[in-house]
Design a protein around this ligand. Structure first.
Ligand SMILES: O=P(O)(O)O[C@H]1O[C@H](CO)[C@@H](O)[C@H]1O
Ligand SMILES: O=c1cc[nH]c(=O)[nH]1
Length: 235
């Protein structure tokens, strides 16, 4: 067990899907995995292990924000030896070509969080990047399945409600969408020499104000989850 995950050493697969929402973890496990076993309930951050097309896969809720995902990603890699981490999250569209229900593959993750400064010190601006093999595989699968999918830079913000952020400037520099965890996931994967990717579904658009209905959100979640699981199988 680790500080925030109460599971035996062998209870977690070497590949883990990471939704922020514990109920999304439950939904993924119960809908897509064969023989899912709940291995963690500490703080209601549900974690399950089952199989998908015969491949052992875990799903671990991370909570919201960089501090929270940093705990789960670190413990999964350090204490449970997890090798592949795929975030399956929601994101707010920023760029005009990004529409609600689209998928965004986070090639890189810009941030206003202090984690980069705290890790490297002043004057060195580490670029948190996706694992290229995971990214290439997911992008290829998205093309094969005719999904509307964008690949590029996302913003991983410290605050959901953030009136001070100059999002227009980021849009001008090609940032596609905003969320709250990916910079930490990529930074920590680099630290522990593991591979990581964030597959995001656009739940709303911060510029146009467009929102998805609960039903539409569910459908786009399913596209994202299937893409993540197919990526695991094709690795
Ligand atoms: O849907 P999840 O994975 O929680 O991700 C997004 O949703 C939360 C904000 O509503 C933040 O965690 C953000 O990154
Ligand atoms: O962090 C997030 C996630 C989804 N939508 C947003 O606007 N922000």
């Amino acid at each position: 067990m680790s500080t925030h995950i109460d599971a035996p050493q062998d209870a977690i697969a070497d590949v883990v899907l990471l939704p922020g929402d514990p109920l999304r973890a439950k939904y993924i496990a119960e809908t897509y995995l064969d023989d899912p076993v709940l291995y963690n309930t500490v703080r209601n951050a549900f974690g399950y292990t089952g199989t998908y097309q015969g491949r052992r896969v875990s799903v671990q809720a991370t909570g919201m924000g960089i501090p929270s995902i940093s705990i789960y990603a670190t413990e999964l890699m350090k204490d449970y030896g997890v090798k592949t981490l795929i975030r399956v999250g929601t994101t707010g569209g920023l760029a005009p070509q990004v529409k609600v229900r689209d998928i965004v593959l986070a090639q890189g993750a810009t941030t206003d969080s202090s984690i980069i400064l705290n890790t490297f010190g002043a004057g060195l601006y580490f670029a948190p990047l996706a694992d290229f093999g995971l990214l290439e595989t997911a992008a290829q699968l998205a093309r094969e399945d005719d999904l509307r999918c964008h690949v590029g830079n996302v913003l991983g913000e410290d605050r959901f409600y953030n009136d001070e952020m100059d999002r227009q400037k980021l849009i001008d520099y090609g940032v596609l969408a905003t969320e709250m965890e990916t910079p930490a996931l990529y930074l920590l994967a680099a630290k522990y020499h593991r591979r990581a990717l964030a597959i995001l579904t656009v739940s709303n658009h911060l510029v146009t104000g467009e929102e998805t209905t609960a039903q539409e959100r569910q459908t786009s979640f399913d596209d994202m989850i299937r893409l993540a699981l197919k990526t695991v199988i094709r690795l």
